[in-house]
Ligand binder design. Sequence first.
Ligand code: F6R
Length: 243
Amino acid sequence: MNAVVNLKWIEAANYEEMSKLAADMFKAELKHNPKMVLGLATGGTPEGFYKELVEAYQAGEISFEQAQSYNLDEYVGINPTNEASYHYYMDQNLFNHVDMKRENIHVPKGDTADLQAAAAHYDEMIEAAGGVDIQLLGIGINGHIGFNEPGTPFTLGTNVVELTESTRDANKIYFNSIDEVPTYAITMGIQTIMNAKKVVLLISGASKQEAMDRLRSGEVTEDFPASALHNHKDVTVIYTGVK
Ligand code: F6R
């Protein structure tokens, strides 16, 4: 079977439409299953997606009261109140504006002494929650998903990773200088991501063209982490500003 046919490709007219289409998928699931387990991502790409969800909540269209969420990743060595942390990003973009209960919000702990134990516990919690219903993903210019950098075995669960220079460079805009960008992160592994029932991958902007081309090629290789998705049975790629 040709792996490429497994991915469903949707071209959006612009960034707003991409964000709306992705939000519609989460909204539909949430309405059908109020106890939905959301798998969430940070970064520039999903900002519009979160805006859509917040607006839908404020309009009374959806509620997160019974839902829970698991974020993909977090930097090691910075705490949730640090403005560059992914936890802070999530508070600003979603959690502070909706009714999800604090105890139902999960972001990997990057500021704990025992990172390995925190990583193993994260996968146990996801499993105990019944698994992620829809996992949102962005993609790095080198094909990373979560913080799974090229060369990561597809078999790994949540784990601690060393960030590549390319990733640290791409993320330095959120810090005062590249020296402040952490060198390690804790991330759901490829296996954790593959366990999600459904995956929505957002790709936006010309800087992602090379990653897009590699994904489209259909080749499955650990050198290009996103290519693992060809082995998942329910992935929708919503893209804009790339061909
Ligand atoms: C974020 C994450 C990363 C980003 C990727 C793209 O939680 O896991 O894989 O999705 O680095 O980032 P942006 O959207 O900023 O281009």
